[in-house]
Design a protein around this ligand. Structure first.
Ligand code: ATP
Ligand code: ATP
Ligand code: MG
Ligand code: MG
Ligand code: MG
Ligand code: MG
Ligand code: MG
Length: 285
């Protein structure tokens, strides 16, 4: 197998190793989901089944890849976060992105029927996803990235909720509703919803307003927010990794084992304020 005269072609491959010691975010996004959601008759503005299916696939990706710390999803997109110490695939960009995308897509398609039993997938209209990796040099910028996605979720959901209420309940056509919403700010949309339709936007479901956060849950014995709550139950010292320093190979293996054992949960909460992170210090440590 080795050393054939053809092997020189290997040298055409370009290295694509991501900068060490940085956060890696792989963001995937459904291809042409505007059309796909029409084809399979997603409810507007939010089809709960579609969001639950996205979340179920994301949970399985977290189970497949213990190197992931957290994921955040809205609409047809999901951001998967690898820790700066991650050495999976030697941090090769294309390996990481394609593995996340294909693992996600496989689970999404595999579980489709559990969420859309009345509209089975048609071979000529199969869901697929694109993906990219972006590195962020420190935790503050990673937090800002997560905040950016959650703010986007809020802005889009307020717009979509108002738009579709004007169309579906107010009987307006799409163009008129779009025209009226042009140039409005959040307060205007809240007022349209409340004054015209008696809808208090605050009472909309959290999953629509906040998106979905997926992370590993550990039992908190001591609610001390400064200490990591990864229980060192096997006496391995795995939880005593000094933050910021590169854990040794065996420490990494122990951490991976702990991560693999942990339950992956889905939450719909604020990730912009400090509270979420302060209460779960293990996520970013
Ligand atoms: P692209 O291939 O460029 O990503 P796209 O059609 O997927 O194109 P997006 O900007 O990703 O465009 O938007 C995704 C669209 O999918 C939304 O605008 C919405 O119409 C639809 N969609 C996604 N999730 C849901 C959902 N849970 N309920 C209803 N519609 C959804
Ligand atoms: P990696 O994740 O690094 O790619 P891998 O286990 O997939 O690891 P490969 O070098 O890609 O390793 O090799 C694929 C392996 O899958 C083969 O060595 C063989 O054992 C198995 N395999 C693939 N296709 C077939 C096949 N058609 N019949 C039998 N075995 C197969
Ligand atoms: Mg896209
Ligand atoms: Mg899309
Ligand atoms: Mg999208
Ligand atoms: Mg192979
Ligand atoms: Mg292989």
């Amino acid at each position: 197998m080795a050393n054939s005269k053809y092997e020189y072609v290997k040298s055409f491959e370009q290295p694509d190793i991501l900068l060490p010691n940085t956060w890696i975010v792989v963001r995937i996004d459904g291809r042409g989901f505007h059309k796909l959601s029409d084809y399979y008759a997603f409810k507007k503005p939010n089809d709960r089944r579609a969001l639950d299916l996205m979340n179920a696939a994301a949970v399985e990706v977290m189970n497949d890849l213990p190197d992931l710390c957290i994921a955040y999803g809205i609409s047809d997109e999901y951001s998967f976060v690898f820790h700066p110490s991650c050495e999976l695939f030697e941090r090769r960009n294309s390996k990481l992105v394609t593995t996340v995308v294909s693992s996600f897509t496989a689970h999404y398609i595999h579980q489709w029927n559990s969420y859309f039993s009345s509209t089975p997938l048609q071979p000529r209209y199969l869901p697929s996803f694109d993906g990219r990796a972006v590195i962020y040099p420190n935790t503050q910028i990673l937090r800002d990235y997560m905040s950016w996605r959650q703010v986007d979720c809020h802005i889009n959901n307020l717009y979509n909720t108002t738009f579709w209420t004007m169309v579906l309940q107010g009987g307006m056509n799409n163009t008129d509703a779009e025209q009226e919403l042009k140039g409005t700010v959040s307060a205007d949309k809240n007022e349209i919803l409340f004054k015209r339709f008696g809808i208090n936007y605050n009472n909309e479901l959290e999953i629509y307003k906040k998106g979905s956060v997926v992370y590993r849950q550990y039992e908190l014995q001591d609610p001390n927010p400064v200490q990591t709550s990864v229980d060192d139950d096997d006496g391995s010292g795995a939880s005593s990794v000094v933050p910021g320093s590169k854990p040794s190979r065996s420490q990494q293996d122990k951490l991976r084992k702990l991560r693999r054992k942990a339950r992956v949960v889905v939450d719909h909460v604020d990730i912009i304020k400090d509270e979420f992170w302060d209460r779960r210090p293990w996520i970013l440590s």
